[in-house]
Design a protein around this ligand. Sequence first.
Ligand code: SAH
Length: 215
Amino acid sequence: MNLSEQRMQFVLKLRSNGVSDPAVLAAMEAIPRDAFLDGIFKERAYEDRPLPIARGQTISQPSVVGKMTEALELNNRCKVLEIGTGSGYQAAILSKLARRVYTIERHRPLAQTARAVFQALDMGNITVVTADGSMGLAEQAPFDRILLTAAAEDPPANLLAQLKPGGIMVLPVGQTDTVQALIKVVKTKDGLEYTELGEVRFVPLLEGVAKDSEH
Ligand code: SAH
């Protein structure tokens, strides 16, 4: 199968693997995942699998991207913060459904590559920041939605503080060497409401900006 045939099969595969929101499926059909991958991995872009990217990191599994995006209940007024830009693929999907996306990555080269892909795809509503995302992005807070694509042991307090009332945060929680729980947190006027959405496996949320020597 060539890439365009694979792209046609992609949405069917996402559906059968649990993604059902038509707007999310349309966004995922519109974004070329191969643009976020290098070399030989481009050929495998439309498989429902996580794949390696630079700096020892991974692009998430598409059906997991879809489920996390659904859980955020986005609309075109939302200002979204993502922690863990990685390849930029998840941020690109968010940018189709939200007004504005800020995405933070601790590996500068990954942030630079993602920025170049967004520019090539003409996505003007995404800002990539190189920083420790667990601190959030105070100068743009508060956010309607916050998504972590790296696993934390607990929802980071800084991020909860930067979520608007009525806002939604989605994150993998748990020890990083085991399966983690995908959690949805809704900030209501009576406090935080937690829902478990299933099991996932993400790289850990690490402290600080990565050194050039770190892989
Ligand atoms: N959303 C990505 C996949 C994320 S992989 C995609 O669509 O491709 C997780 C990413 O989180 C990695 O690139 C890792 O470097 C980054 N990360 C881990 N801890 C972080 C932190 N504290 N701040 C910012 N980025 C972090």
